[in-house]
Design a protein around this ligand. Structure first.
Ligand SMILES: Cc1ncc(COP(=O)(O)O)c(C=O)c1O
Length: 462
């Protein structure tokens, strides 16, 4: 740490935090006898806590966000210059960085054309849901209003987004939810629902979506919302053949396809800017948040095709010939200013290529842990977005307990490496360790991360 805060300052900070901050995702009872972790500084892919202890951050700010790493002076400068010029104006008007980032973003998304700015992933998804509902009113007498979502996917923390949430344990105690959200089966082949494999499995999992559409009535289904690679639900890679069939089904029944790229977007999966671009999918909506500005400023986007946009301006006689919606902080200019510079860094430093290369390397190393640790069920993922599913018995695939997963995460942290894990998401299936180091990770960083996991697995399971 650079010593800006003295130990004395920090003990006051810890006290203030313990007394007044309500942490996200956290049980607070233990803080009656222990201190919360406070992250004070970051540089590259390392962070320092209140004790000055260094950690490698193997999950980019714990939740797949700080894609270009900490301490980027050029992003700070871009934000600072923009804020002095104009910090905010409501999004009914345009802004210089808003226009320039939209242009740059759309240049990476062939087939898409409009960017609607918001300030969180949940909110971006809510915007898409509202657009779907309004399209149903405009075009289909209100009838085509159902939104399909998939088991194990997650789309945000608001009641609307949770209504599209496929993680039953996460949703417990927060219902009732909004009507007309309908779930379709997950596509995780490791926990197969059909006795098939490879492409046949992928097509069958997609056919299961068609079955739901037929059951509900195609004239009642407006959209299908999916993560390209499921994140918090267990890092689920779609099987081959899945996306092609999903696209076909959406076209067949005139169902809008909404891809939630909140985690995968802007480089996380390597080679392409977005997860869906690995699969040749042509979406109607793409939502994104976390990595858009790597957490240097809050920004999220709901991006649509021109076809969707046209539906909101093609009937002059309709007094609601527009999207009657606003996001106050969608008008903050720091977000697009930071996002523009974030994208420049990814391009100039070839981070899409690095992500693919380092992701392949890390996946191989994680899979190799299976030679030594019987508890490793499957290593999977794409780019620097990886998961390690742990099982107590490989033949039955009996999941390890969430407590054991927590012990591995704790042992890694004690070893100076912050990793993630599925938690209280899927009943009985919170058994996946999550890895998403910043896209700048080197082979040496990855060696250090996987070595810590190796030692932690020995500690917890040997
Ligand atoms: C796939 C996905 N969609 C949406 C969200 C919600 O984003 P936010 O927390 O910015 O509202 C998340 C958050 O983890 C996510 O993983």
């Amino acid at each position: 740490m650079d010593g800006t805060l003295t130990q004395n300052d920090l003990s006051h900070v810890v006290e203030a935090d313990k007394r007044h901050v309500w942490h996200h995702l956290t049980q607070h009872k233990p803080f009656e006898t222990s201190d919360p972790r406070i992250i004070v500084e970051g540089k590259g892919l390392r962070v320092w806590d209140q004790h000055g202890r260094e950690h490698i951050d193997a999950v980019s700010g714990a939740v797949w966000t700080v894609n270009v790493g900490y301490g980027r002076q050029s992003i700070v400068d871009a934000i600072s210059e923009q804020l002095m010029k104009l910090n905010y104006f409501a999004g009914a008007a345009g802004s210089v960085p808003g226009a320039l980032f939209a242009e740059k973003l759309i240049s990476k998304m062939p087939g898409m054309s409009r960017v609607y700015y918001t300030n969180s992933g949940s909110e971006a998804n809510e915007k898409a849901f509202k657009m779907v509902r309004q399209i149903a009113h405009k075009r289909y007498g209100g009838k085509k209003n159902k939104i399909l979502y998939r088991e194990r996917d997650y789309h945000g923390s608001t009641i609307g987004a949770m209504s599209a949430g496929g993680q039953l344990e996460r949703n417990m105690q927060y219902g009732p939810f909004a009507p007309a959200f309908v779930s379709v089966p997950h596509c995780l082949e490791y926990r197969a629902q059909w006795d098939l494999s490879g492409e046949a499995y992928g097509q069958r999992a997609a056919d299961a979506i068609e079955e739901v559409i037929l059951r509900e009535g195609p004239d009642t289904v407006g959209a299908l919302c999916l993560e390209p690679v499921t994140a918090g639900g267990g890092v689920i890679l779609p099987p081959p053949g899945y996306w092609e069939r999903v696209q076909e089904i959406c076209r067949k029944y005139d169902i809008l396809l909404h891809i939630d790229e909140v985690v995968c977007g802007v480089g996380r999966t390597g080679t392409h800017w977005f997860g869906y671009q690995h699969y040749g999918v042509e979406p109607d909506f793409v939502t994104m948040a976390k990595g858009v500005a790597s957490g240097y400023a809050a920004i999220a986007c709901c991006v649509t095709s021109e076809r969707v946009f046209d539906m909101f301006k093609d009937d002059d006689s309709d007094p609601l010939n527009y999207f009657r919606d606003i996001s106050t902080f969608g008008g903050c200019t720091a977000g697009p200013a930071a996002a523009l510079e974030n994208m420049r860094i990814i391009e100039d430093e070839n981070l899409l290529e690095n992500t693919t290369k380092m992701g392949d390397y890390m996946l191989e190393k994680l899979a190799a842990l299976g030679d030594k640790h019987a508890v490793v069920g499957e290593a999977r993922g794409k780019g620097l977005f990886l998961g390690l599913e742990l099982v107590s018995d490989r033949s039955t695939k009996e999941p390890v307990s969430e407590k054991q997963i927590g012990a591995v995460v704790g042992a890694c942290a004690a070893d100076g490496v912050i990793i993630g894990a599925t938690n209280r998401s899927n009943p009985g299936l919170n058994n996946v360790l999550c890895f998403a180091p910043p896209l700048i990770a080197t082979a040496d960083d990855i060696d250090q991360i996987v070595d810590a996991v190796d030692r932690s697995l020995t500690k917890v399971f040997a």
